[in-house]
Design a protein around this ligand. Structure first.
Ligand SMILES: C[C@@]1(CC(=O)O)C2=NC(=C\c3[nH]c(c(CCC(=O)O)c3CC(=O)O)Cc3[nH]c(c(CC(=O)O)c3CCC(=O)O)/C=C3\N/C(=C\2)[C@@H](CCC(=O)O)[C@]3(C)CC(=O)O)/[C@H]1CCC(=O)O
Ligand SMILES: NC(=O)c1ccc[n+]([C@@H]2O[C@H](COP(=O)([O-])OP(=O)(O)OC[C@H]3O[C@@H](n4cnc5c(N)ncnc54)[C@H](O)[C@@H]3O)[C@@H](O)[C@H]2O)c1
Length: 205
């Protein structure tokens, strides 16, 4: 398994199952604004509320193999691992699929993710211990507090300005290195000073 970050905006995602695990996976995907269809004989409240909020499609019956033919990403989240396994065997080998149980039947697993603006840290144990995965995420949440959100925005501003400027590569590199000093995260005036410094270089370049 290899970590890759994936853009699922407007992608078609089909979820077999409508219980709390199906709902949790859909909540994890929410920010990507995908087009989700749930297929299950019955749905829990979480799924009903989320679908109402987001306009997702609900199909009230057992899932069948043809339900997934045009899905970019399939999530098999019924409460019967045998059914999940049978459905997974009939999918195209070119589809992304997460089987919530047994995980090894799929080719995608959900990590536990921490977001601080553009900074994302995803943790996995490859299914060895989802509880440890969650514990590590909670520890990281303490380490990477909210100050990282504005700091990442600042780093991004510096980099996009510097990228466009006709100054020597070494000078760009030096500045990009300098802003990694933790003082730029903790001291806002220092950030403003740096942005002004870059702006003045912009004028002379
Ligand atoms: C990270 C997280 C993301 C999310 O789902 O949001 C996630 N599981 C989370 C929690 C969690 N899951 C389970 C418990 C109960 C305790 C326990 O069993 O340990 C808890 C803890 C809790 O709820 O406290 C039970 C469980 N999980 C899987 C199986 C089936 C199997 O092992 O085959 C069973 C047994 C079912 C049963 O027998 O009952 C499988 C998977 N779960 C994964 C992800 C993937 C591997 C992640 C990794 O290890 O890196 C993988 C392989 C596939 C997938 O689902 O993508 C989320 C924490 C999010 C957070 O809080 O930050
Ligand atoms: N991967 C994870 O993170 C994780 C965590 C905990 C549990 N699990 C596993 O996830 C499974 C689902 O858990 P849950 O709490 O959501 O269960 P649940 O009982 O709340 O919901 C099961 C859902 O599956 C639907 N279903 C049953 N047969 C179906 C079929 N043939 N086609 C379509 N839908 C069908 C039911 O209607 C229901 O909506 C559990 O059996 C467990 O093994 C996975």
């Amino acid at each position: 398994m290899l970590p890759l970050f994936i853009n699922l905006t407007k992608k078609k995602i089909v979820i077999a199952g409508g219980g709390k695990i199906a709902a949790r996976k859909a909540r994890n995907l929410e920010a990507e604004e995908p087009e989700i269809t749930f297929i299950a004989p019955d749905f829990c409240n979480d799924v009903l509320i989320l679908s109402e909020e987001k306009g997702y499609t609900l199909i009230h019956r057992e899932a069948k193999p043809t339900d997934f033919s045009d899905a970019f990403f399939v999530i098999l989240a019924t409460n019967d691992p045998k059914i999940n396994r049978i459905l997974s065997k009939q999918l195209s080998p070119n589809q992304l699929v997460c089987v919530v149980d047994p995980a090894e039947e799929g080719n995608v697993i959900f990590p536990s993710t921490l977001r601080r603006g553009q900074l994302q840290i995803a943790v996995t144990t490859n299914g060895a211990s989802p509880k440890l995965t969650r514990k590590i995420k909670l520890d990281l949440e303490q380490q990477f507090d909210r100050s990282w959100e504005t700091y990442i925005r600042f780093l991004s501003q510096c980099r996009s300005k510097l990228k466009k400027m006709a100054i020597p590569f070494e000078q760009k590199n030096e500045l990009l290195e300098e802003v990694l000093n933790d003082r730029y995260r903790t001291e806002e005036p220092l950030r403003n000073e740096m942005l002004r410094r870059i702006q003045s270089l912009e004028k002379t370049s």
